[in-house]
Design a protein around this ligand. Structure first.
Ligand code: ZN
Length: 676
């Protein structure tokens, strides 16, 4: 569902995978060099490899008071679940956070020393990642201060942090939040807190093999809202629900949802919220599906939201959902434009290069919306996705459709906080730069739209073939994202887009899109990776396997040429037509892999092209990138939505206030929503 970091679209999956990365900004930076409004400071903070941005809520004043209340209640319902995400990420996260925050508030010693600054950076980093593992790489964050120094801080402030929770900050234990290494026991080796410490891959497999959904055509999202543990040698699920695991936080969520239900914009929206409440009370997965159907069908109104255990990226075997919430307001202008793609989805399906037996006769219920975000929490914050596509359940998507949204004000914020200098470094000539500056932004947006609206909806599984998480296992996510990217790429260089009024010059737009994708997939995205590391993140993998595959297959015809000038490498596209054909060829093959559930083929594709990095190029990219200060990852600090009340306590209006600092917001959240 959601997740795309800034690159070309990547997002969600029809198959339980959403795509919410943050899309790599690098690419979007490219956009027109708009000057940020002088009255608004986008960059709130920058530390380590992270940048915290602010965002505005442009549609707020157009909402009436009841709608504003709805936004506020839903935002509160999301924030109340913040601690759940922390605990899901790692069993010691909350203990560590509480101790470090206590130090931060009370330390009376020198706050100008290097040690203190490093302590502060460490705390900010874990705030950003909702825990002690990097939000993107999954590696445990290494502190730049010593055990002795931390002990000093603890004793100065009378704070307790002992045993394993203290030791793991410094040792090598639980080094990866999510372990996806081939051949390893991924469940056992992952630090994420979805499974008991002694639960293995084989345990999970056998546990769920024995569980069957009552209706095999409507499979429940088994495992989505629970922790799987061993009790007396027996595997049991601890359900996230009122009275169950995380019940204290869930009760608070329910309280705000009840208020939200009372000010719903229409009956369908209110009924859906009612089902969500019911689900939180019971933990029943049938109710979760009922809710998702009601939520998907509730399309009227200006306000929508996401709230629940949704994306399964943080589970190495893809069962358990991380808590997240986003509250959003419709952006009507952009949405109308995107609706055009939706209306023509069948044309795209009919003209796709996939095999006939994999083609959908009727593409159902595709919707695409650009929205303005008003608040985010859990997995969606501070590192926001820029795209969301839900629900994840495959059968619901097929039967009733899905909602696909692009987070417009978040994207704007990324773009306005960016710099074009890095782009210039990695672009070879002025023609390409001009194309990028003039068309890059539009091309990116269109790619995202095509990826979501057309890409994830396209194609069908062969009869009798299981969900991709069963057939393609750990490669399911990257295959799905690559496939959706390819659908987008195939159509980005096509006169159809101009015919539909979506672009002014389809060729130039398409060229900018291809340049950007290849530049990112073969080079630029490597700035996010340490030299010597393999690529593990699903979207990064897919961008590389798509790019590297077409590069290799087109070598003979010199479709993409590797040029080295003054010691700088560039990948230059010589033949856009042929490149489009190659994208089409790869699309056909990835759809075949998905439709047939061909594990051997996906393993070969991803391991050959998507995992290993050309060390020479990587070293060069890192070197060329050194001169730029902007951190590779961005996240967002929510504006505060503050109610104004009359003497009876009735809400009469709201003030929107931007946070003064990242720490102000994080400390406020921990105090106000510290439910676990
Ligand atoms: Zn996707």
């Amino acid at each position: 569902m959601k997740r795309i970091f800034f690159t070309a679209a990547a997002l969600c999956g029809i198959f339980l995978f959403s795509c919410d990365e943050n899309k790599e900004k690098e690419q979007d930076l490219s956009v027109e060099i708009e000057q940020p409004a002088p009255d608004f400071e986008y960059v709130l903070d920058q530390f380590a490899d992270l940048r915290v941005l602010r965002y505005r809520i442009p549609g707020w004043d157009q909402l009436d008071l009841q709608q504003q209340k709805l936004v506020y209640y839903l935002a509160q319902a999301g924030l109340e679940g913040r601690d759940i995400m922390w605990d899901q990420n790692y069993r010691h996260n909350l203990t560590i956070r509480k101790a470090l925050e206590n130090i931060y508030r009370n330390y009376s010693g020198d706050r100008n020393s290097d040690n203190w600054k490093n302590f502060e950076i460490y705390l900010k980093r874990i705030w950003f990642s909702n825990g002690i593992h990097h939000h993107y790489s999954n590696d445990k964050i290494k502190p730049e201060f010593s055990e002795d120094y931390l002990n000093e801080l603890l004793s100065d402030t009378g704070t307790k942090l002992e045993g394993e929770a203290f030791e793991v900050i410094f040792n090598d234990k639980d080094a990866k939040k999510v372990d996806r290494q081939r051949g390893a026991d991924n469940v056992l080796n992952s630090a994420v807190n979805f499974y008991g410490p002694d639960v293995t891959d084989a345990d999970v497999e056998s546990f769920y093999a024995a569980k069957k959904s009552p209706d095999p055509d409507k499979p429940l999202a088994l495992g989505l809202n629970s922790k799987l543990v061993k009790k007396d040698g027996k595997l049991v699920e601890e359900i996230y629900k009122s009275g169950g695991l995380y019940g204290e936080a869930i009760d608070k969520i329910i309280g705000w949802l009840e208020k939200a239900q009372g000010v719903a914009e229409n009956k369908a929206q209110g009924d859906a919220i009612g089902l969500l409440i019911e689900y939180y009370k019971t933990g029943d997965l049938q109710t979760w599906d009922d809710y998702n159907i009601a939520w998907t069908q509730a399309t009227e109104g200006n306000i929508d939201y996401i709230n629940g255990f949704i994306e399964v990226y943080n589970d190495p075997v893809g069962y358990r959902g991380s808590f997240e919430s986003i509250v959003q307001i419709t952006d009507f202008d952009m949405s109308e434009k995107m609706a055009v793609l939706s209306e023509n989805a069948q044309w795209f399906e009919d003209n796709s290069p996939i095999m006939d037996e994999h083609r959908k006769k009727d593409v159902v219920g595709i919707s695409y919306k650009v929205v303005t975000v008003a608040s985010g929490a859990g997995d969606a914050s501070p590192s926001f996705p820029i795209e969301v596509n839900l629900p994840n359940s495959n059968w619901i998507r097929a039967a009733v459709g899905s909602k696909s949204i692009s987070l417009g004000n978040i994207i704007d914020s990324y773009e306005n906080a960016g710099s074009v200098d890095r782009l210039k470094e990695f672009i070879r000539d002025s023609t390409e730069l001009e194309l990028e500056l003039k068309y890059g932004n539009e091309a990116d947006k269109l790619h995202t739209a095509l990826h979501e609206v057309v890409g994830h909806a396209s194609g069908q599984l062969n009869p009798g073939v299981g969900e991709t998480k069963e057939t393609l296992r750990s490669y399911a996510s990257t295959l799905e994202e690559g496939r959706a990217d390819l659908v987008g790429l195939y159509y980005l260089y096509s006169p159809k887009l101009q015919e539909l009024g979506l672009v002014d010059d389809w060729k130039k737009n398409g060229m900018a899109a291809y340049n950007g994708y290849i530049r990112n997939g073969l080079m630029l995205q490597l700035i996010r990776l340490n030299l010597g590391d393999d690529i593990e993140q699903s979207h990064m993998r897919n961008r590389q396997w798509v790019s590297a595959w077409v590069y290799e297959k087109g070598k003979e015809d010199n479709v993409i040429e590797k040029v080295v000038e003054n010691g700088k490498t560039y990948f230059v596209i010589n033949d856009y037509e042929k490149l489009r054909d190659l994208f089409g060829e790869l699309l056909r093959e990835t759809q075949r892999i998905k439709s047939e559930g061909d594990y051997e083929a996906v393993e070969k594709l991803v391991e050959t092209y998507g995992v290993k990095v050309d060390q020479e190029i990587h070293a060069e990219v890192l070197k060329r990138n050194e001169q730029f200060e902007a951190a590779p990852y961005s996240g967002f600090a929510n504006p505060f939505i503050i109610p104004k009340t009359d003497e009876n306590g009735e809400i009469t209006g709201f003030e929107i206030r931007q946070p003064e600092s990242f720490e102000e917001e994080m400390l406020y959240y921990s105090e106000t929503y510290g439910n676990l």
